[in-house]
Design a binder for this molecule. Structure first.
Ligand code: 4AZ
Length: 265
């Protein structure tokens, strides 16, 4: 609960930072080699245009993914509650948030996870005013893919306390089992194993960070298609050694998400 309040402050800060997206040192080099390694990201590199077409940036300073062409799946802690809401702008279709070809669509309604109280159940749906003609990201409906190496992406901070990013960044993080995650000290003792999934590099250096909240954690399924297994939820700081990223376990909520999406039509 305490941590979630902290995260909400992060989001407010992210929204302010978004108003003045800044490029940090090294951007020129990153532009000449957008897929090359970078020291200015939390262990990540630039995503290429079209690589993750389902990625959405939300105007309150969160990430999301296209669940359908007109519904974005994000985190409950990124929204204020449920009901009509025309205040959110979703930006999609370009790795560069400042591109004139980026697609921007307003929200019409928000549905926060029923029973959300700041702990667990960290998912929400945002209905858009019109469909966005981009590929959607299917959600995991069983735990079969809740293992292995995951992909993460977002426009959030490139380091703990860093600025929001103009260009979409990506990284890979390995699964961390619930027992190991729960034993990570501090807030991790409160991990809700059935509802949350942990991922990260033990030694630190690779992670999601402030402003990546609500964005997807995903991997390829057995048929080679992208499948969403997590939603960026929380963590103690960013990319700290022994402090994994915590993600909403999408498979646990798949039925509830499907039901909620049906109510948004
Ligand atoms: C945040 O404040 C946030 N390292 C997102 C992810 C993580 C920590 C904080 C995980 O949005």
């Amino acid at each position: 609960m305490k941590l979630i309040k902290h995260l909400k402050r992060c989001i407010a800060a992210s929204a302010v930072a978004l108003a003045a997206i800044s490029m940090s040192p090294g951007t020129a080099m990153a532009q000449s080699d957008p897929t090359g390694p970078s020291t200015k990201v939390v262990g990540g590199t630039r995503a290429t245009q079209g690589e993750f077409p389902f990625m959405v940036r939300l105007s309150m300073g969160c990430g999301g993914a296209l669940y359908t062409k007109d519904i974005v799946l994000t985190a409950a802690h990124c929204v204020d509650g449920s009901g009509p809401n025309t205040s959110i702008t979703a930006t999609a279709g370009n790795v560069d948030l400042q591109s004139t070809s980026a697609i921007k669509v307003k929200s019409t309604r928000v549905l926060q996870a029923p029973g959300y109280n700041g702990t667990g159940k960290d998912w929400a749906l945002i209905k858009l005013a019109k469909p966005i003609d981009l590929p959607t990201l299917k959600i995991a409906t069983t735990s079969a893919y809740d293992n292995g190496t995951f992909d993460i992406a977002g426009w959030g901070a490139n380091r703990e306390g860093g600025s929001q990013q103009r260009y979409l960044l990506k990284a890979k993080v390995p699964f961390i089992d619930d027992a190991t995650c729960k034993a990570s000290g501090g807030s991790y003792g409160g991990l809700i194993a059935a509802e949350e999934l942990c991922a990260g590099v033990r030694q630190g250096g690779v992670d999601t960070c402030q402003g990546d909240s609500g964005g997807p954690m995903f991997r390829k399924d057995n048929a080679g298609a992208w499948i969403q297994v997590g939603i960026v939820s929380w963590g103690e700081g960013c990319a700290r050694a022994g402090k994994p990223g915590v993600y909403t376990q999408v498979s646990h909520f798949a039925t509830a998400i499907q039901t909620a999406a049906g109510q948004l039509r």
